[in-house]
Ligand binder design. Structure first.
Ligand code: SF4
Ligand code: SF4
Length: 98
């Protein structure tokens, strides 16, 4: 984002759909989430997804391909808020300093 204060739309109105993709909120991060798959309910049986639901930046990818489940963070957008770690019922996400 390079606009000056007087160049953005009045009242911060969003006039272009999908524009949040441009804002790489990962640059705000002081801590990064680390996933431990051993106890993750998504990896074990395809359940849960609580971290994915609560992440405010949609920075978690729960992928299933050819019957194999994987889990990853999109660190371009993960701002390190720790909500995913806080919401995980199995403590499968820990926060570490950058
Ligand atoms: S730390 Fe915050 S932004 Fe990053 S993946 Fe977890 S909930 Fe999303
Ligand atoms: S909240 Fe925890 S157990 Fe549930 S999918 Fe996320 S990492 Fe796995």
């Amino acid at each position: 984002m390079s606009e000056k204060y007087n160049e953005i739309p009045m009242a911060g109105n969003i006039i272009e759909p999908g524009n949040s993709k441009k804002y790489l909120t990962g640059g705000w991060r002081a801590q990064r989430p680390i996933h431990n798959p051993a106890e993750c309910l998504w990896i074990k049986n395809g359940a849960c997804g609580r971290c994915w639901i609560f992440c405010p930046d949609m920075a978690i990818r729960l992928v299933e391909k050819d019957g194999v489940r994987s889990y990853e963070f999109d660190y371009d957008y993960c701002k390190g808020c720790g909500i995913c770690s806080n919401e995980c019922p199995t403590s499968s996400i820990t926060m570490e300093g950058e």
